[in-house]
Design a protein around this ligand. Sequence first.
Ligand code: ADE
Length: 225
Amino acid sequence: MRYDVITLFPEIIRSWAGESITKRGVEKGIIEINTYNPRDYSLDKHKKVDDTPYGGGAGMVLACQPIFDCYRDIEKTDDFEFIMLTPQGEKFNQKMSKELSFKKQIIFLCGHYEGFDERIRLGLKPKEVSIGDYVLTGGELASLVMIDSISRNLENYLGKQASSDIDSFSDGLKGLLEYPQYTKPRVFEDMEVPDVLLNGNHKEIDEFRKQESIKRTKARRPDLL
Ligand code: ADE
């Protein structure tokens, strides 16, 4: 999977990409993350990327020229999606994450502080995506949330495929929340690990976990059932 991120703050993306599972994904060649700064494409002598809104009002608006030129400069594969991060977009969820993981390439467009000139939407026709009903300072964190989630669907990305399969919302449990997990010690501050997990009977353990998943989903997210 190739990710291309258009951002005024490429260091945010690069520093995250250089850590943990993402770093290993890059090293294993499963994912590739490139960044592009619209400022490098600005034809303005001060490298401006935004301007005041026509009609007045507070704040600045990201201008068309640097974004159009930056987007057009990115090498495209024959199977890519172009995503604009915005609180006005379609809500991101596990289903969208799975679907996007079948693409060869995803290009993300991050705003920062400002809105986008509407002609970026009209001219470049991105798929607009929101990661939730709250407003972030920029699209950078939203793009990282999406990259993290999408990459987890890719084969061999996680050390053990099993850990993805049992995650809440993943195919393994068909939309149920994850069951409670325990590790050593068996007793901690008078709280005991359930006996069934200690008896080595895997059929019973599987059944216990399934029931716990259902119980938890009913209590916390009945909308998923
Ligand atoms: N940019 C600002 N807020 C956002 C959100 N909730 N989702 C995606 N992009 C954003």
